[in-house]
Ligand binder design. Structure first.
Ligand code: 6PG
Length: 244
């Protein structure tokens, strides 16, 4: 992993991630006229969205994807899209065509994964090549997951180059116990910038395992960040970084 920024608390983690987001989006727009980003769900998303709405992001130039989604409807409080809609999309200027949901309430999640992968290729593909995102925003799960690549699941160790989006069975050890759709590790290892937000003492051990533990991509899928070709910034508060 390339950089670790240790800040005081959760509020400063969101602020630092917001600054990195602005920098990555501005750079992408300057270079290529648009910024392709993937938003996370989980507890770090809300403070980040609250930070982002105050920043001069190039909103009209963003194409927004999701890192993962739970198998629920948008109206469900557990929907990552629903959270983004309430805390971010409703407060900034974005056209519907700029937002690319993973439809958690699709009747056939495998078909939805294939549809979302095709959409990624169309919107983010580069001259016939595979898609490359400018920015992937991530949280770290208690079992060492990023995206919905859970620990102990064989497919978590599969880069999924051709797949891009996959359905994942409901995790037993991580809440909520719901089926998911997730981007594959390919989109993390090829992204230009990846920002991992980590807060709280409870994440200290797993962050240390992700960064310094013996490599085991199935046991600790966050270790995919070690394989990233782009810039990786881990933004952690003092409690989460206490065992690094
Ligand atoms: C999700 C997320 C997931 C999240 C981690 C960390 O839908 O659950 O996208 O990957 O980032 O589980 O979640 P917390 O920040 O809530 O611990």
């Amino acid at each position: 992993m390339s950089e670790v920024a240790v800040v005081r608390d959760a509020a400063e983690v969101a602020q630092a991630a917001g600054e990195l987001c602005l920098e990555a989006c501005a750079g992408a727009v300057a270079a290529r006229g648009k910024a392709l980003i993937a938003l996370t769900g989980g507890s770090t998303a809300k403070p980040l969205f609250n930070d982002l709405v105050r920043r001069p992001l190039p909103w009209a130039r963003l194409q927004i994807f999701f890192t993962d989604e739970r198998a629920v409807s948008v109206a469900d409080p557990l929907s990552n899209f629903g959270l983004a809609q309430r805390e971010l999309f409703s407060r900034v200027q974005l056209a519907p065509a700029q937002i690319h949901a993973l439809r958690g309430d699709a009747a056939d999640l495998d078909a939805e994964a294939a549809r979302a992968a095709a959409e990624l290729r169309t919107v983010a593909g580069q001259k016939g090549g595979p898609p490359r995102l400018d920015l992937v925003l991530l949280g770290l799960g208690p079992d060492g997951h990023i995206l919905s690549l859970f620990a102990g699941v064989a497919s978590s160790a599969d880069r999924g180059d051709a797949e891009l989006v996959r359905r994942v069975a409901a995790p037993l050890s991580v809440e909520p116990h719901l089926e998911r759709l997730t981007l594959t590790p390919f989109l993390v290892v090829t992204a230009r910038t990846v920002v991992l937000q980590v807060t709280g003492e409870k994440k200290a051990d797993v962050l240390s395992r992700a960064m310094r533990g013996a490599e085991d991509l199935q046991g600790c899928p966050a270790q995919w960040l070690r394989h990233a070709a782009g810039r990786v910034v881990v933004v952690a508060d003092e409690a989460a970084a206490s065992r690094l």
